[in-house]
Design a protein around this ligand. Structure first.
Ligand code: NDP
Length: 445
């Protein structure tokens, strides 16, 4: 390995030894930058890698709130403002009990390159809290969101840092967060994206990550003359990304036979009925196991990881990080899978990802394939600034163009650096180079 990259990685491992997800994301990106770093000695002279792995700012704060029984609860809130070379920090908020600094640094680091790939002027960041909205009343979620925003508002702004949703943060949470920001600041600006349509949101934002994933996968499949029409698809998760990936894949003629939540998965050989999933997950906020009571031909299997045992042509991990490991990758390939598209962030372990690439599977890394959500957030920011709304058709067309362009830049970079069809390297190099150029142009800051 290149000496400069080894030196930087060693230093990150020394400083952040207790942050496994962060180390995994940094290793994956830095390894793949080797061909680029080899022809850019100025990166080392300017300590560019050392600078890019360090967040510009990290805020950690107490979030006290009162539950429905009058008991005071305390959670930990975070915002990692990673890199603002290309524009205001931009990236989602995650509310999940597993949230910690390692996970948010990995997500923020990935976000820098993802946002760069979209071609829109946004930097990278991420935030959230170890709060679990599952099982909480609307009033509890509102009180938590208000307390979270009572600190976060000092650090964000439409031209500074524009958070959005992620796991556990959907339309309801964004509404409460936005309402409280507006009250504190007395201004109605585009400070959060993923807002409701009645107060500044964009059409197609809700659908954007899932739709974008399918636009990317469809474009990638063309290089081997594969087609979504008639393809058998397995999607993990049944949240925002999974639901709209299902919707668009089905519109292109695919049959989605399995979906999951963190308890287990459902298999429906005739194709999962998306209206039933939406009713259970979006309206009733219940478990996916409910599906079999409403579709008697379907089966429920306890344990979400076993979803990768279902034979398919296309696998779309859309739940969470490290949900698909080397063993799962081998099982998928043995059962005929030809295409993998990451809707979630880093859902495949590094070993699984390289196993796909080394075995000729078309593998779309999340930072490229799931960039449709943040790209549409950037379109929401543009509409907010103009005080204008674009039609659904216009937003969707722009989203599709952006996803096709991301695929083309990753493909072109992979070829240019001698790694044809390796979209891990392609996406990392294409995303990194623009940020590196901007950082060099802006001096040592
Ligand atoms: P949601 O909260 O809407 O849905 C998450 C889904 O994943 C749920 O079905 C959830 O099941 C499941 N899940 C969560 N944790 C686990 C786990 N440990 N094991 C198995 N399943 C799990 O989140 P999103 O759909 O918004 O996000 C999914 C992924 O996509 C995340 O990696 C996120 O970072 C990424 N992403 C999201 C974007 C967006 O615009 N929303 C943009 C880009 C990436 P359960 O209900 O049981 O918890």
């Amino acid at each position: 390995m290149n000496n400069y990259i080894s030196k930087v990685l060693e230093e990150v491992r020394r400083k952040d030894a207790h942050q496994p997800e962060f180390l995994q994301a940094v290793s994956e990106v830095l390894y793949s930058l080797e061909p680029l770093v080899a022809v850019h000695p100025e990166y080392e002279e300017m300590s560019l890698l050392e600078r890019i792995v360090e967040p510009e700012r990290t805020v950690i704060f107490r979030v006290p709130w009162v539950d429905d029984n009058g008991k005071v609860q305390v959670n930990r809130g975070y915002r990692v403002q990673y890199n603002s070379a290309l524009g205001p920090y931009k990236g989602g908020l995650r509310f999940h009990p597993t949230v910690n600094l390692s996970i948010l640094k990995f997500l923020g680091f990935e976000q820098i390159f993802k946002n760069s790939l979209t071609g829109t002027p946004i930097g990278g960041g991420k935030g959230g809290a170890d709060f679990d909205p599952k099982g909480k009343s609307d009033a509890e979620v509102m009180r938590f969101c208000q307390s979270f925003m009572a600190e976060l508002y000092r650090h964000i702004g439409a031209d500074t840092d524009v958070p959005a949703g992620d796991i556990g943060v959907g339309g309801r949470e964004i509404g409460y967060l936005f309402g409280y920001y507006k009250k504190l600041m007395n201004e109605h600006t585009g400070v959060l994206t993923g807002r409701g349509l009645s107060y500044g949101g964009s059409l197609v934002r809700k659908e954007a990550t899932g739709y974008g994933l399918i636009f990317f996968v469809k474009e990638m499949m063309k290089i081997k003359n594969y087609n979504l029409n008639g393809a058998k698809v397995v999607i993990s998760g049944s949240g925002n990304v999974a639901i709209y990936a299902h919707q668009k894949a089905t519109a292109y003629g695919a049959r989605v036979v399995a979906m999951s939540d963190s308890n287990g998965y459902v298999y429906d050989k005739d194709g999962i009925d998306l209206d039933v999933i939406k009713q259970i997950k979006e309206v009733e906020r219940k478990r996916i196991s409910e599906y079999v009571a409403r579709r008697p031909g379907a089966k429920y299997i306890e344990g979400c990881k076993r979803i990768w045992e279902v034979p398919c042509d296309v696998a779309l991990p859309c739940a969470t990080q490290n949900e698909l490991d080397l063993e799962d990758a081998k099982t998928l390939i043995a059962n005929g899978c030809k295409v993998v598209g990451e809707g979630a962030n880093m859902p495949c372990t590094m070993e699984a990802a390289y196993h796909f690439v080394n075995n000729g599977i078309l593998y779309a890394p999340g930072k490229a394939a799931n960039a449709g959500g943040v790209a549409t957030s950037a379109l929401e920011m543009a509409q907010s600034s103009q005080r204008m709304f674009w039609s659904a058709a216009e937003v969707e067309k722009r989203l599709e163009d952006i996803m096709v362009n991301i695929f083309r830049s990753a493909n072109a970079a992979a070829k240019e650096y001698g790694q044809e069809n390796n979209f891990i390297t392609g996406a990392n190099i294409a995303g990194f180079k623009k940020v590196a150029d901007a950082m060099i142009a802006q001096g040592i800051v």
